[in-house]
Design a protein around this ligand. Sequence first.
Ligand SMILES: [Zn+2]
Length: 275
Amino acid sequence: MPELPEVETIARGLAKRVTGDLIESVWLGQKKEPLKSPAARIAATLEQSRIASVRRMGKHIVFDLDRRDGVERALNKAQWIVHLGMTGRLQVCEPQAEIAKHTHAILRLSSGRELRFVDPRRFGRLSVATSAEFDATGIEPLEINRDRFIALFHGRKTPIKSALLNQKLLRGVGNIYADESLFRAGIRPRRRAATISREKLAKLHTAVVEVLQEAIALGGSSVSDYVNADGEEGFFQLQHRVYGREAEPCLVCKTPIKRVVIAGRSSHYCPKCQK
Ligand SMILES: [Zn+2]
């Protein structure tokens, strides 16, 4: 599943390619699962809208749309929101490019290209929002300051790993980056957030930001089958220090990495380096 760094990379790639383009027409497939808003509403919102910007919110890709409606041709704002789910991808391609199996949406752009949404497993979601801005829950992990981060987790009774994955607190921190951040901060995933000192939480804040920024700089660290906005595979992989390394030696102290399951998710940690 694409995590925050991958989604950021994809959103940046799309922004470079389609910002300023006008959506001339829209085709939507018959499958209902990918459409979180009614098909007619998605089509009506997208058609004849200009893509003003593309950005990431949590793990969503948000296309900000400018449209002129009514007799007055008043400028209205809307958003097209894409969640890639497990296997969703957005392709910018020439109209003659072969249409991949599992294509659920095709947007024809005034530049002559097409923007297509392809998703074999159909966990991805397309929706539109008008007037009121789309609001993902939680706070952006790359925007939250240290004091607010500490306040968010301080006093929580749940394991710190569960709290990091709770999208109502921080948006977009997934399993891999939670494990990697906890390793760098020296905190065991099962530790109750309430028992962690402010100093340690400050260290965790730094670790979360570092891990995400390093991964974004590398273009995301894919462990799944999606492609970037160019339709190319091959993201560089951030070297995971604990994630997916069960029984392998810790890169710092050589103790075998342990794996435990917390709230249904695999968690990896070094029993010596993390307390
Ligand atoms: Zn270690």
